[in-house]
Design a protein around this ligand. Sequence first.
Ligand SMILES: [Zn+2]
Ligand SMILES: [Zn+2]
Length: 287
Amino acid sequence: MIPVQWDRRIRRATELASTYPFASEGLRFYARIATFQKNMYAEVQRALGDSSKIPASRPLRDELDFFLLLPHFSPFLAVVKQIAPAPMAEAAARLAQKGPAGWQQAIEEFWQGEPGLSGAANISGLGETDDRNSSEEISSDRLLAWIFLQPYAEYLAGHRELTVVDGTPSTCPLCGGKPIVGVLRSEGDGAKKSLICMLCAHEWNFRRIYCPACGEEREPQMAFYSAPEIAHVRVDVCDTCHTYLKSIDLTKTGLAVPVVDELATIPLDLWAREHGYEKLQINLLGT
Ligand SMILES: [Zn+2]
Ligand SMILES: [Zn+2]
C-alpha cells in the first residue's frame, strides 16, 4: 500500500491553490509533480518490496539502484517538460537530450554530493525572487535530480531499522540532507519542534532555540516572525548567520501539511529576503 502522505500533499496543494492566489500556479505545478512522485514511490515499492528492512548501520545514501531508477528518468523529464514553467521545462529538455549517461551522471552527482540547494533560485520560473543572478548558482540538473530522487529516498527512509540518534543534529540523521521546514507540535503546555529532511522526508526532533545553520543558541539572536493572515507559518531567523527557515505551527492548524504549506507561503520568503536573510534550503519551486 502506498503511504497516505502523497495523497495528503496533493490534496493540500489543491486546497491551498484556491486559498492563496499568489501561490496557485506553483501549487498546481507541485500537485502534478507530487502525483508523479506518488507513482514513482509505488514503482520503487513494487520493485523493492515492503517487508525487508535496511540495516540502520548502512548509510542511506550507500543505496542507489540505477537498474530500478534509470528507466523512470526519461518519463520524468517528459512530465516536467509538459507541466513546468518555461525555465524548468527548458532545463528538463536539455537534460533529456543528454541521454542515459548524462541522466546517470545527474542522479549520481546529486545523490553522492552535498545534499542541499541554497541561495535564491528562479529555475522553476515561479520563485518570486528578484535576485536573478544567483539562479546560475543552482544547477538545474541538481534540482531535477532532487525532485526525481525524493520518492526513492523516502522509501529507503521508511524501510530502515530504527536509528538511535544522539542529540539534535542539524542535518538529517538518515541521509545527511538539510532540513526544508520546521514543525511545531503540541507537547504538554507548550510545543516541541522538529525538522523535516529535504530529501527523504524523515522528521527528527530539534531544539526550539537553536540555529540549524550555525549552531547559535543565544535567545536574542534567534527570533521568529509571522504575518497575521498566515498565522500558522512563521519565519525562524538567525541574526548571527542571517539564515532563515520556516516552521509550520501544527498547534494552530492541524490541517497543514508542512512541506506544502512551506511552498504556499511565498510572502514570508519575500519578507525574509527583503530583511537580509537567506534561506537555509530552497524548496522545489526554487523559492
Ligand atoms: Zn533525510
Ligand atoms: Zn545561524
